[in-house]
Write a protein that binds this ligand. Structure first.
Ligand code: LR7
Ligand code: MN
Length: 566
């Protein structure tokens, strides 16, 4: 009996276990089934919305449609002009344009034929903003939802960095809930002003898609912008990729139709610069292939979510604005990734001349953030940053030990490796040159000086009392290819008695200079072949330099601060 009972008991247990298993599995099965049915339904709705927008886009008419400029008149224009100072763009024109306006497909026609894989990773699009105006912010969100194939768009995160414009509170919440009831657009808010770097970090941490895509809050994503980004990251997960940025005019909101593009560089004062695609990158590649870029502008880029964190995300010690764009660029290359521009992905951005928001404490955040990046990533080349920013020497840039440790842990390469391999065209003012530093006329103690003029424009070279290394305006180089130059521009010999303009470097004969250390002359050659001496003429306190017939007089004698030739 006891045995039987025992068997009986065991049987009961078996039945019970099977029953429990059936219950548990069916619970999960039906729940899974239910959610996937819901997901299917939502996806179908999203696809319908996407197709509807797509098929209607070409037929839209109205102010600003097709990316056209909006011109205002009378009272409206006056109001717009007065608000321009505060907003740094034409808010009145923007408010008159549909939040989901059409824009021209400015891609090169070669992009139209590219076939992308059927399955691609999904994207979390993170749009950070602090007190952004309503219409550009929502136009950014609409453009992303309307021009991203729904199967690849995991979510759009509007990351509010502690804005206090009233309409960005519950009104924004309600608008989002009503416009996108499927929940594709989410709002996340920081609980203190974080600055754009920490705001992006908060967005990245909240995101759950395969790929993170960051956008500024005044952008318009163009047709087909998403597929080439996702496809490249799938194929090359260590690539950080940027769409091509088109200009949306801050004055009239016109979406630029100039379909060309440039890549990123930097200046030694650690500002981002645009530069033409170097010739070596134009050969051996199809137009539609990604093109490497030493740096990115900062606001619009994508990365595999895991890789973004693996490679150190962002430096959370950076405040408000500036520096993070070069930091992530240098770091990506130096630590085993790649930075690339995707010619077939285009996104418009409103370029504003000033910041329509405050900098708490009026700090020079670009300066301090750049110190952090120079100290962690630039090795001995940080000297060239401080040449431009003597004012920053000795300032407190906070604790960088975690970033230094990150660099060590990831076994990143040197900044010299970056210069040699990624940006070999970058001019280094004090390396591989005949001479550099102040160019002094000893008799007068005057030095060549840019007089702080904008070096992106052509101007005649000036003279000023020598600042003995205190001023970046007096740093010149006599390059190995005999240019007398600054970081970006070269001095040109024009004519006897003529001024000496600083112009884009061309490599032409009238930009070649010789320095004779014995008789102390600096000679240039005009395009008609006359050899002339750099001369300070007779002014006493500065003024301009000239090219003159060589006569051996004191005003034609010059020394360089440092000589690298023996
Ligand atoms: O405290 C802040 N918190 C924020 O969330 C300050 C700003 N922001 C938001 C702001 O609302 C905006 O959406 O951050 C975004 C960028 O600020 P912008 O638009 O004032 O910057 P920008 O376009 O003038 O500057 C460029 O360089 C910055 C350096 O820190 C950032 O990397 C920007 O993203 C970057 N913008 C672009 O790269 C756009 C493309 C073209 C160029 C050049
Ligand atoms: Mn911007």
């Amino acid at each position: 009996m006891p045995r039987l009972c025992g068997r009986r008991k065991r049987l009961d247990w078996k039945i019970l276990t099977v029953l429990a298993l059936v219950i548990v599995t069916s619970f999960f099965y039906f729940n899974f089934f239910k959610t996937s049915v819901d997901d299917e339904e939502i996806l179908l709705l999203r696809k319908k919305r996407y197709m509807e927008y797509k098929s209607g886009e070409g037929k839209r008419e109205g102010l600003g449609e097709k990316g056209r400029a909006v011109t205002l008149e009378g009272e409206e224009k006056k109001l717009a002009d007065s608000l321009f100072k505060k907003e740094a763009f034409n808010i009145i024109a923007s408010d008159k344009i549909a939040l989901d306006r059409s824009i021209p497909d400015v891609r090169d026609t070669r992009c139209h034929d590219v076939k992308y894989p059927d399955r691609l990773p999904t994207a979390s699009v993170i749009i950070i903003f602090h007190n952004e105006a309503w219409s550009p912010l929502l136009r950014t969100a609409h453009s992303v939802v309307n021009r991203s194939p729904p199967q690849y768009l995991h979510e759009v995160i509007l990351l509010d960095d502690f804005s206090d414009r009233p309409e960005l509170g519950s009104k924004l919440h309600d608008y989002v809930a009503q416009t996108w009831p499927d929940g594709i657009v989410k709002i996340i808010r920081t609980t203190e002003r974080s600055g754009l770097i920490r705001a992006r970090l908060a967005g990245a941490r909240a995101a759950t898609g395969d790929v993170l895509i960051f956008l500024d809050s005044h952008c318009e994503a163009n047709t087909g912008w998403l597929e080439p980004i996702l496809s490249r990251i799938e194929e090359s997960p260590r690539s950080v990729v940027c769409p091509i940025v088109d200009a949306i005019d801050a004055g009239n909101l016109e979406y630029s139709t100039n379909g060309g593009y440039q890549v990123g560089g930097f200046s030694w004062s650690l500002h981002f610069t645009w530069r033409d695609v170097p010739a070596r990158d134009l050969v051996h590649r199809k137009y539609t292939d990604p093109v490497g870029s030493p740096t990115m502008a900062g606001g619009l880029f994508a990365a595999d979510r895991k890789f973004f964190f693996e490679i150190g995300a962002y430096d959370p010690g950076m405040d408000v604005w500036g520096g993070e764009n070069l930091e992530i660029s240098f770091r990506t290359w130096m630590c085993g990734g790649k930075l690339e521009f995707i010619p077939c992905s285009r996104v418009g951005h409103i370029f504003r001349a000033s910041h329509p928001y405050t900098f708490p404490g009026n700090k020079d955040t670009h300066g301090i953030n750049s110190m952090r990046l120079a100290e962690v990533w630039m090795d001995e080349y940080k000297r060239l940053f401080y040449t431009h920013r003597k004012d920053l020497l000795g300032q407190d840039y906070g604790d960088i030990s975690e970033r230094v440790e990150l660099r060590r842990r990831l076994k990143c390469k040197s900044f010299k490796w970056f210069l040699d391999n990624v940006y070999p065209e970058k001019f280094i003012p004090d390396e591989n040159v005949h001479a550099w530093g102040m160019v002094r006329n000893p008799a007068s103690n005057l030095c060549l000086d840019t007089l702080q003029k904008d070096e992106k424009t052509t101007f005649n070279m000036g003279l000023y009392s020598c600042q003995n290394g205190a001023s970046a305006n007096e740093v010149f180089s006599l390059s190995i290819s005999d240019e007398l130059r600054r970081e970006e521009a070269c001095l040109t010999t024009v004519s006897a008695g003529g001024n000496v303009p600083l112009e884009p470097c061309t490599g032409a004969a009238n930009q070649k200079w010789k320095h004779d250390k014995d008789n102390m002359t600096i000679t240039g050659t005009t395009s008609s072949g006359d050899v002339l001496c750099l001369d300070k003429k007779d002014q006493k306190n500065g003024g301009l330099v000239y090219s003159e017939k060589c006569s051996g007089k004191e005003s034609q004698k010059w020394t360089f601060e440092h000589y690298l030739d023996n």
